[in-house]
Design a protein around this ligand. Sequence first.
Ligand code: ADP
Length: 476
Amino acid sequence: MSGVTPSVGEDARDILPLLYGMDLAEPATIRFANVNDAHVFHVHLFRDGDENYVLCIPADDEKARTTELQQVANEVRLLNAQQQRLVQELEEARSELETKRADAQRASMVKSRFIASISHEFRTPLTSVIGYTELLLNESGQNSDVLAHAKAISRSARHLLSMVDNILDQARIEEGNIAIRIAPLNVRQVTDDITTMLAPLAAEKFIGFGAFVDAKVPRVISTDEVRLRQILVNLVGNAIKFTDAGEVNLEITWAQDKLIVVISDTGPGIPEDQQLLIFDAFHRVNDLDGKRGTGLGLNITARLVELLGGSIELESQPGVGSRFELVLKAPESQAAVAADNIYGERKVMGKSRKHAQRILIAEDDPDLTELLGLFLTRGGYELMMAEDGEQAVKTALKEQPDLVLMDVNMPQMDGLSAARELRKKGFSQPILALTASLSVNDRDQAFTWGCDGYLVKPISMAELLSSVERHLHERG
Ligand code: ADP
C-alpha cells in the first residue's frame, strides 16, 4: 500500500482527507473508503494506550466483488421485473384467448342450431317433393314423359336430401357432437335393408349387385346400427354410383369380435395419388363423367368408422375397380334384437281389418298433411287432422283415433309435449313421432315422452303404411 498507506507518525488525514473533522481518538470503522480515487480500504480507527491508530485494510477485491454482486442483484431485479411483465402479458393473452374461445364456442353453438334448423327446413319440404313424386310414379296410366320427369325430380330431391344429411353430419362431427349408441343388432337384417334400398339403383344401371353375409357372422352383434347403415349406404352407394359396367359386391364376415366388411366394384378405380386424398372433406377425383356429389361421404364414413373403433382400407386400380375393406369392433351379443329398432319396421301387411281404422295426423305443414293423408287413404284409413300440439291433444282425447301421427316440430305445443300430455291424460293408442331430426337424443326423448315409434322425414309411402300397420297390429 505504499504511496497510499500513511506511515507511522505521519498525519493520516493527509492521505485520507475524510478523517478531517473526525475525532481520531474515538474508535470507528469506515468501510470502503476511497483513497486518491485509486484504491479502496476499510479504515479502522482505534486507540492503544496513548496512541491513535489508523488501520487501513485493502478492500479493492471486496469492493469489486460487492459491485459485481450488486450488478447481479440489479440484473436479477431487472429480470424479475421483466418476468412479471411477461407473466402479466401472458395473463392478458390467456384471458383474451379465453374470451375468443368462449366467442368461438358461442358461434359454434349458433352454427349447430342454425344447421339443425336448416336441415329441418329442408327435410320437411323435401318429404313433400319426394312423396308426391312417389305418388306420381305409382300412378297408373301416366305417360312416359311424365314418368321420366317425375323420376328426374325424385333423383334430384334425393340428391339434395343426401347433401343436407352430409352437411349436417359433417358439422356434427366437426364439433365432436355425434352420438354413438352401441346396441344389439341383426346384421343380416341390415344387409337385407341395404339390398332392398340400393339394388334397384344397380338394376337401373344394368350392373350386378350381390350381398353376402358369411355364416360365421353371429345372429346378433353389438355396434351402432344407425352409423353402420350410414357407412354401408355411403360405400355401396358410391360403388354403384361410380360403376358403369360389371358389378358391385358387399361381403360381410366376422372374426375375433370384429365385423369385416368388403365393398368391391368394377368401376373406374381411383388413381394411387388420390387414394388418401379422397378421404378428405370435399375432395373429389376430377373427370367423373358429371357424377354428382359433395365429396363429404368418404370423409364422414372414415370418421364414423373411427368412432366405431374400426379402420378402413382402400385398394384400387384405375380401369379395374375399387375395394374398400372395413374392420369394425362388433362383439357377439346375447341380447335379443328388439323388433322396434328404428329401422326395424317389419312388414305386417295384409291383415284383414274389422273396420276402417282412424288416424289423427298432427302436422303443421299443409302440403305434408295432404301427402300423408293421400298415403293413408290409399292404405284404407279414415283420417282426422290437427295443426298444432294443443289441437292434437284435444282431438285425440275427444275422437279417440286408433293411432296418432305426431309431427315433433309444431307451433303452440310441440309434438313431444303433446304426446306426453296425451299419455298423462290416459290416451293409450299408438303415437308415432314424425321428425326431420336424425339425432339420437331426440329419438330417445320421443320414446321417453310416450311415443311408440319414430319416423324420420322423408317418409316413403311403404315405410309409413308398414309402420302404421305394424303398430296397429301390435295393439291388436
Ligand atoms: P362424393 O361421392 O360425394 O363425390 P365421397 O367422399 O363419397 O364424395 O367420394 C369422394 C370421391 O372419391 C368421389 O368423388 C370419387 O372421385 C371417389 N370415389 C369414391 N368411391 C369410389 C368408387 N367406388 N369408385 C371410384 N371412385 C370413387
